[in-house]
Design a protein around this ligand. Structure first.
Ligand code: SAM
Length: 270
């Protein structure tokens, strides 16, 4: 069904996440996070909720050796893909650890920098995860953590079309993506975990992709609706994709799809 776009709807998972979201948005955001936190040669870096590992790989470019970088995630599937993508990119030495962020099986004060890109909002024990990130940081070490602030035009386009088709509230669970999008909440979590000099920055990250239909297909393939969509008759599926693409008509420049998302980045020190 979606073969033309290069995504396999039934496959989903990490491959689609990497091809779609990392390429469109997370890769550039990772670059900015790593730069802002000042990851430098010789630093020991932890990437919490690493997903397919884009932040860990980006950090490894700066630490000088991937041996100094560790990625953790609760999903074994994500970590398996992260190890594969890192290996293919020459970062074979990154360590990958499967664990809940609220229980890091890592030593106290082991890292100079802890990064967590778009992960904390999904965690049931946010305070526990923050406490663990503080514990594994060296005194004076830096935290750099990002969350989406509000629903973007992409989220609105999906909600409008998919809720109309499958029923009101179908995409309501997706709101978790923006569930920690407030500055006060981030400050409270940082303070509760004992961080100092907490500073929250609001900026805009663009999701950019040359082919809008391919991006929408990929985003849906990685969504909880992937199975349902894969079972739709081809014409019905195509109509849905077309409606979502139409909703995004104004979010284009000469290079293709360009959709802004508001992002909050918390910087703090142990
Ligand atoms: C949107 S992805 C972000 C992945 C990656 N940080 C990036 O920038 O591409 C969210 C990740 O959080 C992970 N995650 C969710 N809950 C978690 C938890 N309690 N502990 C660790 N990781 C968790 C998921 O498995 C997923 O890989």
């Amino acid at each position: 069904m979606s073969g033309q776009s290069g995504f396999q709807l039934k496959k989903g998972g990490p491959e689609v996440y990497e091809l779609c979201w990392v390429q469109a948005q997370m890769g550039r955001a990772a670059q900015e996070l790593v730069e802002t936190t000042g990851v430098a040669s010789g630093h020991r870096v932890l990437d919490v909720a690493c997903g397919t590992g884009v932040v860990a790989r980006t950090a490894a470019v700066r630490t000088g050796t991937s041996e100094f970088v560790t990625g953790t995630d609760v999903s074994a599937e994500m970590l398996e893909a992260a190890a594969r993508f890192a290996g293919n990119s020459g970062f074979q030495e990154i360590s990958w650890v499967e664990c809940d962020a609220a229980h890091l099986p890592l030593a106290d004060a082991a890292f100079d920098v802890v990064l967590c890109q778009q992960g904390l909002q999904f965690m049931p024990d946010k305070a526990g995860a923050m406490a663990e990130m503080a514990r594994v940081l060296k005194p004076g070490g830096k935290l750099g953590l990002s969350v989406w602030k509000t629903r973007s035009a992409l989220g609105s386009a999906f909600a409008t079309v998919l809720d109309a088709h499958f029923g009101e509230g179908t995409t309501a669970p997706w709101e978790m993506v923006y569930s920690l999008g407030n500055r006060d909440g981030l400050h409270a979590l940082a303070e509760g975990a004992g961080f100092h000099d907490a500073h929250v920055v609001l900026d805009v990250k663009f999701a950019r992709y040359p082919d809008t239909e391919a991006f929408i297909t990929g985003a849906l393939a990685g969504s909880p609706l992937a199975g349902t969509l894969a079972d739709l008759p081809e014409p019905e599926y195509k109509t849905l994709i077309g409606k979502i693409v139409a909703e995004l008509a104004e979010y284009h420049d000469d290079a293709g799809l360009a959709v802004p998302s508001q992002c909050l980045t918390l910087m703090a020190r142990k």
